[in-house]
Design a protein around this ligand. Sequence first.
Ligand SMILES: Nc1ncnc2c1ncn2[C@@H]1O[C@H](COP(=O)(O)OP(=O)(O)OP(=O)(O)O)[C@@H](O)[C@H]1O
Length: 254
Amino acid sequence: MQPSEAAVRAVNLRKMYGSGEAAVTALGGVDLEVAHGSFLAVMGPSGSGKSTLMQTMAGLDSLDAGEVWIEGTNITRLRDRQLTRMRRDRIGFIFQSFNLIPTLTAEQNILLPLKIARQKQDKDWVSLVVKELGIGERLNHRPHELSGGQQQRVAIARAVMTQPAVVFADEPTGNLDSGSGTRILHLLRDMVSGLGQTVIMVTHDPKAASYADEVLILADGKTRETIQEPTQRAVLEALSRLEPDDSGDEEHTS
Ligand SMILES: Nc1ncnc2c1ncn2[C@@H]1O[C@H](COP(=O)(O)OP(=O)(O)OP(=O)(O)O)[C@@H](O)[C@H]1O
């Protein structure tokens, strides 16, 4: 792998659901490139293809056409077992619902990806991440003994444990109050700027998107706009430029 290589590259991603008259184009030819150590936010109205884009880039769902490269590997060409290994070792996930294992302590949850991948613990990395995320005091607690914000911090620590090529975050602040959400966004930013991780985040929130280095706006399965160094205002303006037909359902337009 060459150092200049992108962490993630997607070329002409296409995916349809259904067939005949019921066919829906979820992705109609999306290209993107995310450099190592950068933060991309994916936005767009409901049904614009954000989840499909994330799922296919993370190798969790298949494509009709197109290629996804994670570092130097074309994951669309991998066999199942190689793809599973790729996801386990090189991709991190953060979900809205935290997805921590309730019977394990915070520390056991954090270290689980290393165990599963049979990777040696890099003690310096573990303590750096724990310190950066401010969860040192909570390591022996189980998820139900943690606040939502603390659970999400543990989930972030877990996602970066294997120092993955990319972390996919699906509405990571969706289930948090605004104060905890803001702290999580700062921490994601720190993961990128301080620790050099690469993050791709789906969000409906222009404020969340403003923490990213770049925002990609999807509509009808196509890239409508990209915004570099986005401000909340620039994101809002770009969303308001989408045609009324693109605006999706009400809950996501607020
Ligand atoms: N399993 C499926 N079967 C049929 N159609 C699907 C399926 N999954 C998604 N779609 C359709 O594909 C399009 C893109 O869906 P997708 O979930 O990627 O959008 P989204 O931008 O993530 O939406 P939201 O913001 O509401 O989560 C939508 O029209 C959706 O109805």
